[in-house]
Design a protein around this ligand. Structure first.
Ligand code: GLA
Length: 388
């Protein structure tokens, strides 16, 4: 594939392969711990083998030319007018990254870049984090940085989302993309960024991702709204828990003692989700390490119910996929993954039931929703890197 991409690169941008370098960073699937990251809580994502690959070559000037293999046309911009590209339909993430790299003191340079994405766009599998982190590693490297610090690349990518794109996302997606490891799940404390790579053993089971293929709308504004609801909840709880700096600091018992402070039911539900989800992550890591897949499946399903009923970020399409999945004996658990309002679910399915799963869930979804879902069997891959 890389050779084919290099060939395409030369056809598009001309010149020789002198100075060409290759970078990649993956999408992610979050196994559990949703909407906890920006609350300083725990998450448990894994990097996918679906990724963004970039073929890149530095230029002598300050011009960046970018092309995606699945889009027509070349996007061109100048690093001296980096603020001008916020409204690009494609390419805005990259300019956001270049901007943050420069602010962080990295040398950046003009470049020609070809992007090839295999993570489905807008599917809740962090195709944008894959673009961001790969672009960050590529540009920092072309600019001369050695020994790239992937955690710093994740942080820079998150800042680009906040400052350039306008989504107040947490650190999970970019961290998972940058720091993933083949066949491991990342247990991450989003407050301290302490993390542990947990090897995953799913004896006889597969994690199946089901994509609603729903066109998402208003997801960004609702995402920011949820975030501020959590902030309101924290402010109210501080009246009795003054030392807490985020919801992730608050245990279920502490919340029980203080929840009367939140009289608004919606805000209370949002906080209840975050506190209980955090606890589910801890329990999931524990049961998975013991090989108790049944217990993990139950936690996945409980997570979905909480996201649906308390956090209200699910939708008919996601609920349909989860409900159809749970009808099958081969399924131990199923939940939406990512921000919600569309995107994907992840289900723990017995290996010999996967074909039936895809057939039955696919049919029920098509009958009810009117268009088809897509299915992928999760393969856990490596995080962001240069490919030599
Ligand atoms: C999106 C955000 C993440 C995280 C999830 C929800 O993927 O980018 O930071 O908040 O939603 O868990």
């Amino acid at each position: 594939m890389i050779n084919e991409l290099k060939k395409q690169f030369l056809e598009i941008f001309g010149g020789t392969d002198d100075g060409i370098r290759v970078f990649a960073s993956p999408g992610r699937v979050n196994l559990i711990g949703e909407h906890t990251d920006y609350n300083g809580g725990f998450v448990f994502p894994a990097a996918l083998t679906m990724a963004t690959t970039i073929i890149a070559r530095p230029r002598e000037d300050s011009v960046v030319r970018m092309k995606a293999t699945d889009l027509d046309g070349i996007v061109e911009g100048d690093l001296n007018t980096i603020d001008k590209y916020k409204d690009l339909k494609w390419g805005n993430y990259q300019f956001g990254i270049f901007d943050e790299l420069r602010k962080a003191g990295y040398n950046i340079c003009g470049a020609d870049m070809l992007f090839h994405d295999t993570t489905p766009h807008g599917g809740g599998l962090s195709s944008s984090a894959a673009i961001e982190v790969s672009a960050a590693i590529a540009m920092a490297s072309l600019g001369g940085a050695k020994d790239i610090d992937n955690i710093e690349m994740a942080k820079i990518s998150q800042l680009a989302e906040h400052n350039y794109i306008g989504v107040n996302c947490g650190i999970m997606d970019q961290f998972a993309s940058a720091m993933g490891k083949k066949n491991h799940v990342i247990f991450l404390n989003c407050k301290t960024l302490d993390y542990k790579l947990v090897p995953i053993q799913l004896d006889g089971y597969k994690l199946v991702i089901s994509n609603t293929n729903k066109k998402r709308s208003l997801a960004d504004s609702k995402y920011n709204e949820r975030r501020s609801e959590c902030e309101k909840g924290l402010e109210l709880l501080k009246a009795e828990l003054p030392d807490k700096t985020c919801l992730g600091d608050i245990s279920a018992e502490e919340f029980d003692g203080a929840k009367h402070l939140i009289t608004d039911e919606v805000i209370r539900n949002r906080v209840m989700h975050v506190i209980s989800e955090d606890d589910r992550v801890l329990r999931s890591v524990d049961v998975l390490q013991k090989g108790d897949l049944k217990a993990f499946g139950e936690l996945m399903t409980a997570s979905h119910e909480s996201l649906r009923d308390l956090y209200e970020v699910s939708c008919t399409e996601l609920d349909t996929l989860v409900e159809s999945a749970l009808k099958l004996d081969s399924v131990l658990g199923s939940r939406m993954t990512g921000a919600g309002f569309g995107g994907c679910t992840v289900s723990l399915v017995k290996e010999d039931g996967v074909d039936e799963f895809i057939e039955k869930v696919g049919k029920e979804y098509l009958d009810k929703i009117g268009y088809a879902a897509s299915f992928y069997i999760t393969e856990i891959g490596d995080g962001g890197r240069e490919i030599k």
